[in-house]
Design a protein around this ligand. Structure first.
Ligand code: HEM
Ligand code: SF4
Length: 610
């Protein structure tokens, strides 16, 4: 597969070849020896590319920066590198202005994200993660939209202690952020237990095999020893420059698309026989959400189904897709660097041919599959192996105790103390208490009730997601997690007034167009533009296979209900049997249909005002 030979891109020669240590930078203007980082600058590469090259396999100045006690921050460059270690430096934006006025440093702290392939944790791990949340973070655990946990508010002086506590329960944060293959998701539907075991195993194998090999994480956070001398550390797959941009992989098991496979760089769709046995995988490539407002050459894109592979080839295919992106991806412009743009540039056929070249065989034609939605199934289900599983609805994935409301933190702690199965996070920020033996079900149910944990919610709410946004996310332009619950209450009233309270409609909100809660594949998408202002997108498919379209620009939070209410009225009156809201708004002419990324920004035809 990767024979460590220089790999030329269709654009020209490769800039840096992993493994071989060989470089193909343009000759410098003098004979003086130059550093690789300098050569990267001369080649016009993005700043992060120089950083990666000069970082000594992701070490940079992190170890020294942690010793600087006069500041709660680390340097800007180390702030980029620390992402590869699963962290983002942030500051509390609610008090930023006040601190600036008092001439104080911003209130810096770190967001720490774990790597939990398939989102599976044991009760023992749960208890440890809970304790870390209350000891070092802000007292909450956040279940994310990509099946893992995040902590918020960890200050610099507690970083190493937090990492040691995470390591003590055999978890880590390596590659949870940064230009690498990130946490690998796997569908969780326990009702098809056999197929899900296979999906989970593939996710775990991909996560392990595409993990960076550098020892930097252990060395910096756990005071691990640095390997010195002849044995230079080596990233056989990534090389010194890792990937041009983040890379996200998921494994889905139809009919559920809860992992939102079309929003990801690489995906595997299980093809099942009549007995629910996995016979192979359809391979998807080139999905992604992020874009920049006002820059139409950036766009979200749904993944293409590229072909079919046999079970024994899946791991090779994953590595080949990632290494083609490693070699062909744009390293000059980070806004054009994700796999979705690589595929747009070179075409799916050329991309597939190169993947086939690297795996040494042809992919088969994609096999038929059907997805019925991208949400979760709440409440109890019994798996085909006789175990029981309870999916809880966790508002915005925030595991905390609310006075007079749900006590998820304490309640799930109590359950972890007696639970014999495991916990699973879903791609919709929810938690499954999984693998409960029949005899334990009543005991778990009693605890769920005692701590007022929600087993479901109204139809709109249970199909909702919000990213974190303010106050921690430095990129947020508007509120998301903090305002969505109130908006949902308003919209639920509006829907009920048209008799639509039981309609399953997906709604997602993010504080900026990076799209962490995948708003562009929700039937109603709200994307922050500025304080209390959102772009409103409509017309995505309920199963997550089609993007939405911009319906209204700069709607204020207070206006959203008024804008949507007439659409709900029309939907109640004119919809066809079984027609989803996202399909209806297109048929009724409120928005035009987006076929894929490049036409996301096109607004064709006179659009009907509601
Ligand atoms: C250029 C694109 C992006 C950037 C720069 C970015 C950056 C960030 C930052 C800074 C956070 C931390 C917010 C906080 O917790 O305070 C975050 C959260 C998160 N992002 Fe992104 N993000 C991008 C796109 C995406 C996309 C497209 C996805 C998913 C498909 C995603 C998945 C997540 C997840 C799972 C979280 C955790 C919080 C949550 O569940 O809401 N990100 N992102
Ligand atoms: S979508 Fe934007 S505001 Fe929301 S978490 Fe992601 S980067 Fe932050």
């Amino acid at each position: 597969m990767d024979d460590h030979k220089p790999i030329d891109t269709p654009d020209g020669p490769a800039l840096e070849t992993p493994g071989a240590g060989a470089r193909r930078f343009e000759a410098p203007p003098s004979d003086l020896p130059i550093t690789e980082a300098e050569a990267a600058r001369l080649a016009g590469l993005a700043h992060n590319e120089h950083l990666k090259i000069a970082s000594g396999y992701l070490r940079g100045g992190l170890a020294d920066g942690l010793l600087k006690h006069a500041t709660g921050a680390i340097s800007e460059d180390d702030g980029q590198l620390v992402k590869f270690h699963g962290m983002y430096m942030q500051d509390d934006r609610d008090i930023r202005a006040e601190r600036t006025k008092k001439k104080l440093e911003k209130a810096f702290s770190f967001m720490i994200r774990l790597r939990i392939a398939g989102g599976v944790v044991t009760p023992k791990q749960w208890l440890a993660l809970d304790q870390i949340a209350t000891t070092y973070a802000n007292g909450t655990l956040r279940a994310t939209t990509r099946q893992t946990f995040q902590y918020h508010g960890v200050i610099k002086s507690n970083l190493k202690r937090t990492m040691a506590a995470i390591d003590a329960v055999l978890l880590d944060t390596i590659a949870a952020c940064g230009d690498v293959n990130r946490n690998v998701m796997a569908a969780t539907n326990p009702a098809q237990a056999g197929a899900h075991k296979v999906a989970y195993q593939l996710a775990k194998d991909i996560s392990d095999s595409l993990l960076p090999k550098t020892n930097a994480w252990r060395e910096i956070w756990l005071d691990g020893e640095r390997v010195v001398g002849g044995e230079e550390e080596f990233e056989p797959v990534y090389g010194k420059t890792y990937l041009p941009r983040k890379f996200k992989t998921v494994v889905a098991v139809p009919p559920s698309n809860e992992v939102d496979i079309f929003a990801h760089d690489l995906g595997f769709i299980a093809i099942l026989d009549k007995k629910n046995k996995v016979t192979g995988w359809n391979v998807t490539v080139g999905g992604g959400m992020g874009m920049t407002h006002g820059e139409s050459d950036t766009f979200p894109r749904t993944a293409d189904v590229m072909g079919f592979c046999a079970p024994q080839d899946a791991l090779k295919v994953a590595e080949a897709v990632m290494t083609v992106q490693r070699d062909w991806g744009n390293r000059k412009n980070r806004k054009n660097a994700r796999l979705k743009y690589t595929i747009e540039r070179f075409g799916l056929d050329a991309f597939r041919a190169e993947v086939e070249n690297r795996i040494g065989k042809k992919l088969g034609s994609p096999k038929p599959f059907v997805f019925d939605g991208n949400g979760d199934r709440y409440g109890w289900v019994e798996g085909d192996d006789g175990r029981h599983h309870l999916t809880l609805y966790v508002p915005s994935g925030r595991i905390k105790d609310v006075e007079g409301g749900p006590q998820f933190l304490t309640g799930l702690r109590r359950i972890a103390e007696i639970h014999e199965g495991d916990f699973r996070l879903t791609g919709n920020q929810n938690v499954i208490i999984a693998n409960v033996p029949a005899g334990k079900r009543a005991e778990i149910e009693a605890l769920v009730d005692q701590y007022a944990m929600t087993k479901g919610a109204g139809a709109l709410r249970r199909n909702s997601m919000a990213c974190v946004a303010l106050p921690t996310c430095g990129l947020a332009l508007a509120e998301s997690e903090r305002y969505l619950p109130d908006l949902l209450t308003e919209l639920e009233e509006s829907l009920a007034s048209h008799g639509l309270q039981d309609e399953e409609i997906t709604i997602r909100s993010t504080g900026c167009p990076n799209g962490c809660a995948r708003p562009f594949i929700a039937e109603i998408g709200l994307v922050g533009r500025g304080p209390e202002r959102y772009h409103l997108y409509l017309g995505a498919a309920f199963d997550g296979s089609r993007l939405s379209k911009l319906y209204r620009e700069d709607v204020t939070a207070a206006e959203i209900r008024g804008v949507l209410d007439p659409l709900f009225a029309a939907y109640a009156k004119d919809r066809q049997l079984g027609e989803h809201f996202g399909d209806f708004v297109i048929r009724a002419g409120f928005v035009s249909k987006t076929t894929n990324g490049p036409d996301f920004h096109e607004r064709t035809g006179p659009l009907k005002a509601a």
